[in-house]
Write a protein that binds this ligand. Sequence first.
Ligand SMILES: *Cc1c(COP(=O)(O)O)cnc(C)c1O
Length: 355
Amino acid sequence: METKLPDTCLSLPPASLRLRLDAGALADNWRTLDQMSGAARAGAAVKADAYGLGASRVVPVLAAAGCRDWFVAHWSEVPSLLAHVPAQSIAVLHGPITDEDVLFAQRSGVRPVLNSIAQAARWQAAGGGTCHVMVDTGINRLGIAMRELGHPVLAELDIDLVLSHLASADEDTDQNAAQLARFRQVRAGVKGRRYSLANSAGIALGADYHADLTRPGIALYGGIPRRDFAGTIRQTAYPEVALIQTRDLSAGDLVGYNATFIADRPIRAGTVSIGYADGYLRCWSSIGKFSFNGKTLPVIGRVSMDLVILDLSAVPECAEGDWLSAEYDLPTASAATGLSQYEMLTLLGRRFARL
Ligand SMILES: *Cc1c(COP(=O)(O)O)cnc(C)c1O
């Protein structure tokens, strides 16, 4: 992420957009989920740069809290973890698709999640080694099918973790019990050292779903995928943005692209350095809120690519260069915008300083 400047004496001024991480809340969330996992241990899904929070910040915090198992989606996500945790503790969910993937896994020690019989055969043909196996118990997305469980290549593998993934753990639906029943068949039929089924929401479904290892993601970062987590899981990610201009509007002034807001009175307005290119999408137009000194400041008019305009009437003391916080409590913000809590985090863009 660091960009080198041609003249090494030059250093970049601080960013005008930052994503504050509450490391204490993050560690507490992991401990809460680990406790809720009962006899199972909690690992951590840290794919997509730890859901946008920054894997290089998140992983050391979770490792210090006691987390020992890490899940990323892409091989390209491995380097940001390798500086902090042992290769053997990293699982790549998308599996080895190419010979280069296989070679990388075998040389680095990072564990591939084998998602098909073809991948299992490729892994064995290249010499094998300890791996993980994903079995599809009903999401029909990634993983070996139930009817393939008797394939002889599976018996040859040295499997650490046998995983499956729940499709609807955030709902009360018969699909959960159906997947659990199939997962029991998987446990009987595929020999691994450990078994894992539950994501964040699955942890709340009870001990039957916990197996040996749980794989929370969204709830680590403050998401509430089921009501069971309300009051225990804490917000961890706080977008903060600099005020870069203030101006005094008169009644009748038009605000922002397409003039979707018209001042009905004199208003002190402010422009902040965030926009849809940063993941603060246009759905926040006219409904987003920021805060300063405990006062709430509504978004007026349209969100543009790099800028958002606020009504600063409640904070006459707020001046250029001050930092404002976006209201970004995930369940509330998700209900307000229709974005999922996952999208709200993973959209947050590259211009945020993740300090
Ligand atoms: C993303 C992911 C998780 C984490 O899911 P959350 O709903 O964020 O807790 C767990 N397992 C797998 C296979 C995943 O892809």
